[in-house]
Design a protein around this ligand. Structure first.
Ligand code: ADP
Length: 669
């Protein structure tokens, strides 16, 4: 049956139309308000407008009818109709009305309307699918951006809400292995009774999904999180009668939870597919999030174990050191003869005991050092220094031991006479280890120590040391200890720097040792922003190299950064940057990022309040600005006059290097 709306006051025309479409429904109306109500409520298929009506205004009426999805036919009367009217009309019939013509016109219009309606419907469906696809795409890109479980679930629920418009959703997830949470997103408030029912339903679903649930969820241990949109109304059990969709969040055999949504309007099959796709998408990032959580937990456990181990070594070593010192002292007294006469035999055995006590104390010191380094508690006293005197000292110390084996030690210093920023005791420790090893693993031939200035780009090293050396930049002082001893096989080159490593050969076993000397040396060199490595040929000898950045070298900004950090960490005191207008933003930023910078002072205010400097451990100031020269002098004199107060305060001047925007700052001691 076709529905007509006839807008005419002419009863003659009304009669013709009613007779022509006697088996259809014809509603007649001329009241403007009513016309539009009928259009909205009755949704007629065809509107026939009498062109002769006086009221309402024909032009205005036709324009408004055009906004509804109906076919409009105009009965042309006496009046001339201008374009404003004809433009909004689909068909025209003349008066007197020819019933046959009218029927034919209506039939063709109806067919047109049908196709139009179909097209509108497919357009709407297409738009809806496009929208859902868009939501799906956005949701999946958001899901890829986080590993936070709560955020992942939030993104998934938002995606479902946008594409499916649900009224209530319940999602079960596990924040951690034993922490189930039921997340409820609802349009309106949820009554207590409904909440209990939803909890129970979630627990039952959980148990029915997993034949052997790893964790028993009960009402008591199920956490609830409610997100309510509007507080104006309350949902009760009636919601459970709404249409619903349910999907578990699973990936292979891993179960992460499930989600269920309720909506008063029934869901279509397409809706169910979209829902499943969205839920499936969250499973992959949830699995990664769980892995990350597990990894973090294991990491923390490992770190704790490592700490405990270091503490244990440190305590045991301390405990061993005290009685050992007493033993050594007692032996010294015996050997000095103060405890009474000694036979030659007794002296021989006590000396042997003393040698071993000294060796044992060396081992304990190594253990203590390595545990301190690993715990980040090693103290360093960095200062500007020359390495050559330290080398001379070590050489003289070990000359006797070398001579006993018929070996000699040569030292060839570089003529460059450069300074490094280093801890002399630690350098001595590294050198002693290298030269002792050279003596230990050499039967005959000289041992040579040499120094030279090198650029990081010119260094020669085996591929296995790439990691240690590639981070070096700029100019370094290189120290090399060469021996002509048993050598090291290529495959073992890097391993000699591993903790407790001793290369399998008869000499290693015979001479003994802890395998800690070289790993300690490597860590100490790292703390100096240098590197250590070796080169060797079996049965020909070895070369052990280490490099330390040259202090006055403007290309060593990287080193300065690290030293600043170490400095602040080692004495836990204030680090300040003194600003001369725009001092050195790179360094300032770096220090701030590492929580090392407590304050920034303007240079003048600092000079004015001289007392302030006592609280600083390090002053960093811009070296190139013209005003800096005056400030250098001023600060130097302040420090000179108040040596007691400012003794602990170091000054670093930083410079800009022309043309290098990346690492633009440098240092001069
Ligand atoms: P230690 O000498 O106490 O065993 P190190 O860490 O100093 O511990 O050295 C580890 C191992 O590296 C030595 O046991 C030895 O096998 C090898 N090694 C070190 N220096 C040399 C060298 N100059 N020549 C040959 N092998 C060496």
């Amino acid at each position: 049956m076709t529905k007509f709306l006839l807008i005419s006051e002419d009863s003659g025309k009304e009669e013709v139309i009613k007779n022509t479409f006697s088996s259809d429904e014809v509603i007649t109306c001329t009241d403007e308000v009513m016309i539009f109500d009928i259009l909205k409520v009755e949704d007629p298929d065809i509107v026939i407008v009498d062109g002769d009506i006086e009221k309402p205004d024909l032009k205005h009426l036709c324009r408004k009818i055009k906004q509804f999805p109906v076919i409009t036919i105009l009965i042309m009367g006496e009046k001339e109709h201008n374009k404003d009217i004809t433009h909004n009309i689909n068909l025209f019939i003349k008066t007197p009305i020819d019933s046959k013509l009218l029927t034919a016109a209506v039939e063709s219009s109806l067919r047109t309307r049908q196709s139009l309606l179909k097209m509108t419907k497919s357009n709407q469906e297409l738009a809806a699918s496009l929208y859902q696809l868009n939501v799906l795409y956005n949701t999946s890109s958001q899901l890829a951006g986080t590993l936070d479980k709560d955020k992942l679930v939030k993104i998934m629920i938002e995606g479902i809400e946008k594409s499916l418009n649900f009224e209530l959703s319940c999602t079960l997830i596990f924040r951690s292995e034993r922490e189930p949470v039921l997340i409820i997103n609802s349009l309106y408030k949820v009554s207590e009774r409904l909440l209990e029912a939803l909890k129970l339903r979630a627990i039952l679903s959980y148990k029915s999904l997993l034949s052997d649930p790893p964790f028993d969820i009960k009402i008591g241990n199920l956490k609830i999180e409610k997100n309510i949109k509007h507080n104006i109304q309350e949902y009760d059990f009636s919601v459970l009668r709404f249409d619903n969709l349910f999907a578990p969040i699973v990936l292979n055999d891993d179960f992460f939870g499930f989600t269920e949504i309720y909506r008063e309007n029934p869901f279509s099959t397409e809706d169910a597919t979209v829902f499943q796709t969205l839920v499936r998408q969250v499973a992959i990032p949830l699995q990664s999030a769980s892995f990350t959580q597990e990894l973090k937990a294991t990491n923390q456990k490992l770190q704790k174990l490592e700490r405990l181990k270091s503490e244990f070594i440190s305590i045991v070593s301390h405990e061993l050191r005290t009685p050992l010192t007493a033993i050594k002292n007692a032996m010294d007294i015996i050997l000095s003869g103060k405890a009474g006469e000694m036979t030659e035999n007794i002296e021989k055995f006590v000396s042997m005991g003393k040698r071993n006590a000294i060796r044992l104390s060396g081992i304990i010191n190594d253990l203590l050092d390595i545990s301190k380094i690993e715990a980040g508690k090693m103290d360093f006293k960095f200062e500007l220094m020359h390495v050559e005197p330290v080398i001379e000292y070590v050489k003289n110390n070990l000359l006797e031991v070398a001579k006993e084996k018929g070996l000699s030690i040569q030292f060839n210093p570089s003529e460059d006479n450069v300074e490094v920023y280093a801890d002399s005791n630690r350098l001595e420790q590294v050198l002693t280890n290298l030269v002792s090893n050279a003596i230990k693993f050499t039967q005959k031939g000289d041992i040579e120590i040499s120094t030279k200035v090198v650029n990081a780009r010119e260094l020669h090293y085996d591929q296995c040391f790439e990691e240690d050396i590639k981070k070096l930049q700029g100019n370094y002082l290189q120290v090399c200890v060469t021996d002509h001893g048993i050598g090291i096989e290529r495959k073992d080159l890097n391993h000699v720097f591993d903790k407790f490593a001793q290369i399998e050969n008869s000499l290693s076993r015979k001479v003994g040792g802890t395998g800690l000397g070289l790993p300690i040396a490597r860590q100490l060199m790292e703390a100096h922003n240098g590197a250590i490595w070796c080169d060797s040929e079996i049965n020909k000898g070895s070369k052990f190299y280490f490099v330390i950045p040259i202090a006055n070298d403007k290309s060593n900004f990287v080193m300065i950064r690290k030293q600043l950090a170490q400095k602040a960490r080692s004495n836990g005191s204030t680090l300040a940057v003194i600003k001369i207008k725009s001092t050195n933003e790179t360094i300032e930023k770096l220090l701030r990022e590492n929580n090392l910078l407590n304050k920034t002072y303007m240079a003048n205010s600092l000079i004015e309040k001289e007392g302030m400097m006592t609280t600083l451990s390090l002053i960093l100031m811009d070296g190139d600005k013209p005003s800096a020269e005056f400030l250098h002098k001023k600060i130097d004199s302040v420090i000179e006059q108040n040596k007691d107060l400012y003794g602990k305060c170091d000054i670093m001047y930083s410079y800009e290097i022309e043309g290098d925007t990346h690492e633009k700052d440098s240092y001069s001691g």
